[in-house]
Design a protein around this ligand. Structure first.
Ligand code: ZN
Length: 663
């Protein structure tokens, strides 16, 4: 039984001083916490700045302390073993536990820098001939140097950073310390490094906890008397289950509130790497954000049910696109103002106006960036939640995803799906791993090569699919629809790819590898096999049953009424060039002039036009399994996804017992 760690962000609204019983209102509490985090930040920043050189980073990276022993995993202990002390400014008293917290935060910042340093060293060592684009061989050379699990977004961002450095200085950076200033330190206190002399935490019930922490009473405490124990009651959000184990939190001040970032651990089951029978595979779609298929391994072959699972985020992608355009527009204006300001002196009469505009634009740019970030994050979690719900409802024990590293390296789908940055995909994978762990579902990545190129029905990876714009335009070249000239398969391109992903995963199970440190699972070898598609038989509708029983026509013609109906209904006028010209001026010939399908009738949860209340007493999926509302609650107004239906055992024929009428 392993544990899953998540962080709940709580707010402390007030506190009580333990010694005197004095109630500390929010404003005062915010001030005292800000003094504490300010002290910690000052100590951390000085420690990091002092160690921002290649020799000290090498010492930390070597993992061996001054005494020749291996450095402990706890950051503050490692820093002390290396002899990196820090002292507060003279006249200020902080207890040893606050120093520990500062050292812990410094160690975390420096260890993150070590990761960036490895990346920078690998990218510099394999610097491509053309700085704008890597060839396939250059990508492979880079991947060999990089540690596992580095996302494409990280590589891209670092490459841009190094390119900017090159353009400015005309040479590649020798080390990370050339490339970057010491990292900014957040004003927060990592209490995880402290012990019960600085903090205690106790759960007081299902929804509450009691945090005791020593806070300074003045900005520059001169002795231990200027510190006092404060008791902070905290309300836990409903996401923290009652059996969760609470860990030591991190304190910070945000928007005039004291925020308590409280990590908690919940026990989760072990998801094995192999031995799976039912699986869900998801493809990073061209048409949809995610397209999935459910597959079952039966006697060495994979059978999928005929139900594509789609998550359509076209509306959100349009919004993101608009926001990104706006961000670039603002950034360009901001840069232009910066250039103008550089050529002016503060005495110039235009200076004041321009500098005000410069500041306003800076704030606006930051707001748009935050909006994009939040939208990406919300979309990632919504999509991940939906995918994991689908897998759980289908009874799957494993989810197969495309490996993002191979996806990016091939440069595939770069243009068609440009709105979805690699970062969002990375966020979705992270979220899926987290949520799947709660359901004890394994998450395994499979190679992305050729998933949408070859036919899932013909197997063995030889029959190349033809891509066209739509099922009725098979002769044209396109990308949304797939058809196989060998077997006649015709289906959505992403669905075909999702079926191949399921097959690669289920058939390649024995080759599953688990990463030693991250625990991430991958299949690197490609095992192909054809995928059959089975449909569950559906119970005939009531009208069809009645028609069979009474031996009548299911679709009876209405009896002719009135005497005017005494000849066949005239056909529509034939499509001649003359008629076409007349019609084209009014309507398109592609649009039917009357609705052939009744307007959708929305009941129950999901998107609903304003004023349409759900009808009580109507079950969402009716007895025939027909779902009237085709939308799943995604949390977004404009994102539509296949509804999650729990898989029930097929009941076969309906019961033959008929109710007995009594007189
Ligand atoms: Zn085929």
């Amino acid at each position: 039984m392993s544990k899953l760690t998540a962080t709940a962000s709580c707010t402390a609204h007030s506190a009580v001083v333990e010694r005197t019983g004095e109630v500390v209102a929010q404003a005062m509490l915010v001030q005292r916490v800000a003094w504490l985090t300010g002290l910690a930040r000052d100590l951390t920043a000085r420690l990091v700045a002092a160690r921002w050189n290649p020799a000290d980073l090498d010492a930390l990276a070597s993992g061996v302390g001054l005494d020749g022993r291996v450095l402990p995993s706890k950051g503050w202990m490692a820093v002390r073993r290396l002899g990196w002390g820090v002292t507060p400014v003279s006249g200020v008293y902080v207890c040893d536990r606050v120093l520990r917290c500062a050292q812990e935060q410094a160690a975390r910042a420096l260890r993150l820098a070590l990761h960036r340093r490895t990346l920078v060293a690998a990218i510099v060592a394999s610097w491509p001939a053309d700085a704008r684009k890597r060839s396939g061989a250059e990508w492979e050379a880079l991947r060999r140097l990089l540690p596992d699990g580095v996302s494409a977004a990280e590589i891209r961002n670092r490459t841009r950073q190094i390119r900017a450095y090159c353009d400015e200085r005309g040479a590649l950076p020798a080390d990370l310390t050339d490339l970057e200033e010491p990292p900014d330190i957040a004003a927060q206190i990592v209490l995880a490094a402290a012990d019960k002399q600085l903090i205690t935490l106790q759960r007081t019930g299902e929804r509450g906890a009691r945090l005791r922490v020593r806070l300074p009473l003045i900005a520059s405490p001169a002795s231990g008397w200027d510190w006092a124990w404060h008791v902070l009651p905290i309300t836990l959000p409903p996401t923290v289950p009652p059996q969760a184990k609470l860990c030591t939190p991190t304190l910070r001040v945000s928007k005039g509130r004291v925020r308590v970032d409280l990590p908690f651990q919940t026990p989760i089951g072990f998801a094995p790497a192999t031995g799976h029978v039912v699986a869900c595979g998801f493809d990073w779609g061209v048409n949809m954000l995610l397209t999935g298929a459910t597959g079952r391994l039966t006697g060495g072959r994979v059978i999928c049910d005929g139900r594509p699972l789609t998550y359509d985020a076209t509306g959100i992608s349009a919004k993101l696109h608009r926001l990104r355009t706006e961000r670039e527009h603002l950034a360009a204006k901001h840069e232009q103002l910066e250039r103008l300001l550089a050529g002016l002196t503060p005495a110039d009469p235009r200076y004041a106006k321009l500098s005000t505009a410069y500041e306003v634009l800076g704030v606006e740019h930051e707001r748009v960036c935050a909006r994009i970030r939040n939208l990406n994050k919300a979309l990632a979690w919504s999509a991940a939640r939906w995918a994991v719900d689908q897998a759980a409802a289908a009874g799957a024990t494993v989810m197969y995803l495309e490996d993002l590293a191979t996806l990016e390296a091939r440069g595939r789908r770069g243009r068609a799906n440009a709105w979805l940055s690699g970062q969002v995909r990375g966020q979705i994978v992270e979220a899926i791993r987290h949520l799947a762990a709660k359901h004890t579902i394994a998450v395994v990545t499979v190679p992305a090569r050729g998933t949408s190129k070859y036919c899932p029905r013909c197997g063995d990876g030889t029959s190349v699919l033809q891509h066209c714009p739509a099922p009725d335009r098979l002769a044209e070249r396109g990308w949304a629809w797939a058809c196989c000239p060998a077997c006649g398969l015709s289906c959505d391109r992403d669905w075909a790819a999702a079926e191949r992903i399921v097959a690669r995963g289920l058939l390649g199970q024995p080759a599953t590898r688990t990463h030693r440190t991250t625990g991430e699972r991958t299949i690197l070898t490609v095992v192909e096999g054809n995928v059959a598609r089975a449909r569950r038989p559906r119970r005939p509708t009531r009208a069809a049953r009645r028609a069979r029983r009474t031996r009548t026509d299911l679709h009876p013609r209405p009896a002719a009424r009135g005497r005017s109906k005494n000849r066949p209904t005239p056909k529509r006028p034939a499509r001649t060039a003359k008629n076409e010209a007349k019609n084209d001026s009014m309507t398109s010939s592609r649009v039917p002039d009357r609705r052939t399908v009744p307007a959708p009738f929305l009941i129950g949860s999901g998107q609903r036009p304003a004023g349409h209340a759900p009808q009580p007493g109507r079950r969402l999926p009716s007895r025939t399994g027909h779902v009237r509302n085709s939308h799943h609650r995604t949390g977004f107004h404009h994102a539509k996804a296949t509804p999650v239906l729990a898989l029930a055992a097929h009941r076969g024929r309906p019961s033959q017992a008929t109710p007995v009428r009594t007189a």
